[in-house]
Design a protein around this ligand. Sequence first.
Ligand SMILES: [Zn+2]
Length: 886
Amino acid sequence: MSAARVGIYHTPRTGLHLLRMLALLAFALAATGARTDSLTTPGISRQLAEYRAERIANVRYDLSLDVTRHDTAYGHVLIRFTRRLDGDAILDFRGFSMGAPVVNGRASSLKGDGAHLRVPATMLVGGENRIEADFRSPIAAAGASIIRYHDSTDGTDYLYTLLVPSDANLLFPCFDQPDLKARVTLTVVTPRGWKALGNGPLASADSASRSGITTHRFAESDPISTYLIAFAAGPWATRSAVTDGRPISMWVRASRAKEAEADTLIATNARAIAWLETYTARPFPFRKFDFLLAPAFPFGGMEHPGAVFYNEESFIFREPPTRNQLLGREATIYHEVSHQWFGDLVTMKWFDDLWLKEGFATYIAAVMQDDLSPGANAWRTFYLRNKPVAYATDASRGTTPVWQSLANLDQAKSNYGAIVYNKAPGILKQLNYLVGDTTFKRGLRTYLRQHAYGNATWRDLLASLATASRAAGGRGSQPDLMAWGRDYILRPGMPVITQRVIPRGASWGIELSQAPAQSLSDTAPWPIRTQLLIADSAGTSRVVPELLTARTTVLGFPGHAPAFVFANAGDEAYALVHLDSASTRWAEAHVGSITDPLQKAMTWGALWDLVRDAQLAPERFARVALRELPKERDDQLAPFIVGRLARAVDGYACDAAKAELLPETERVLAAGAADSSRSYSVRKSQLDALIGITKSPDMLSHLDAALDSTTILGLPLRAPTRWAIVTHLASLNAPTARTRLAAESRRDSTSEGKRRAFVAGAAWPDAAVKADYWHRYFADSTLNEDWVTASLGAFNDPDQEALTRRYLVPALDSLPWVQRNRRIFFLGSWLGSFIGGQRSAESLALVERFLGAHAAWPHDLREKILQSEDELERTVKIRQRCAGER
Ligand SMILES: [Zn+2]
């Protein structure tokens, strides 16, 4: 089977053929009943999902959960379904224990195997079947499907579920796959006085029947996938408002209720819902909409139908928010609300098409922002937030296609990452540009109509768009969307367009050659619909639309060669652009004077891409940034430049260059932070970067002294920035660090304060401390996963490579454990921190050796390592070159 996966990975076209053959084979085996045992391998295999989808329909769960005990939920479930074909029914369950089920009214002695429970065909009937069982499931701070959060501020406990992608069966016995949508009727028994939130409307909350408890009964939900089932329970505070006839409630823990901007948050959610109703021409698809601010939430948000969960920490600010934080919060709301249609109403058939919901949620959020706030440069924000991250992963040897083969749901976590979150919206932008706005919207409406409350694949999407395109087409030739899909959805990797300008006296030409960023792709060119920007030295510019279909396209123009050319104006193409040498020189000199905000951001991005590809020395980039930063007043661009400046100086520059650049960088950042003529966001980004990189004794004592004040460089100094200073002092083992950490812990006794103290502690340059943290990461079950994630960066401080290198290989060795025991995004953060904390060729060699020794490891894990290794590889290469030049 692993050989088949190799084929699928490297050559998608053959791979698909293979996949079809495997599917046929699986079908043949299932049909003869010869190998049904392979259906009950751990996890949920694709074969099991296909077997069940053929046989089962109209699923309903009546689910009761008693969560009054500390660490165990006591549950009862009645599962009803229609049986369409002969065969056993196989349930998934990984909770603590399950009683023998009652099947169609008959008691049984059936037992599960810790992953599945098989109900033999002889106990089932044609038409509707009923399976009933008692069960027990875990409640814990981490590693359970019900997360318990203890609020140390007021001693209260809160519970919420997080079942995506495959933990519904850790909570209760079910058919845990996205294409067996079910109506859920939920009852939750809680301590008396608690509130409870579910996917459906609350029908009753009864405290009378038994003392000390409250029984919350919810109305039946609409048909939803198991990963989208959710509830929360606890002494939550709620705020409600009715907007345009739609009631929405915000749920927040009591100790933070006063700080939450309920009116703004409710209004933003309501605005997004109203916009999507118009854009999709479909009313909100579920019976009600509420949202909850979940403490210690491991994601930014989760789109449960009717009960969206957002990350409390990024929704309630502890210090004045920057523009980027506000935009980030708005983008998250637009993303999760878009999911109610794209993901919840129409769901991917299997997690191989995960991109279908994630790509859309982010892309539609940008379309919405552009429409709702026309002056906000939504597409510039889209570029800054998505393209650099997407290109960085897609140009690595660990990249995957947007559509990612998935043999078993228990590996679905690996399918999450920059390819589905950042590349997928990027290719949707290209697709929208290819077919035009009207056709794109019309096609999406067809897609939603055809698959409402059901499931779809990428082919269904492209078929709907092709229909709309033909209807709008008239006489012109239509783009072959299935061919487009093979290039952008099935094929890994991305094109890099290299520009070469050819002066020819009275005319000039430009050669645009495209090549895959990595040799893993086949070398065939991508069809790229793009726009060429041509600007002369006086700043006059024009844009020429082009379709690049060949490896090399040569275009000719009359007149003198231009000063600057850029082959992706408007950011419509999904392709990284390597500037020609003249354009590079012009950009270095004039990037600050570009007036179009998107083009300016992309030009900074193009210069940075040359640095990452070791074609432009980091010092040269740093000099441009240091020159321009004092003049840059844009709330989003200044932080982008600051981040890259810090990386150029602190990560990429060789030691001699760093020694030269760091003092000036500190000076420029300090002056920028203190400049009261500039916006708070611009100043704060420079303050944050300064706190992160400063080494000079003067600046360190300035930061230290600021802890006795309420301001720093004229900016308000609140808990998050205070903790950042304390963490930096700890990482340098500064003389005052210990007393400052103790004082800050006394000063900030909130649960967030405890988390930040834990993070600061990870920064000590001390072998015993590192060993202790390392041990706790695996052994301490009381540790919230969110705390671990937050501390990984401090643990792996790049200046402590000598201390942390010994954990590099153990961190790689632990990946199978991490994959089993941690949530979706953890593995990426884990690798990003342990590999990203290294800068040396020795560390790179360790990773390479590990990969060599683990050639037989699952593809998904190797790919994740390769994705993180890419930045280390570039760092080593850039630093070697820099050292060689000196
Ligand atoms: Zn999402």
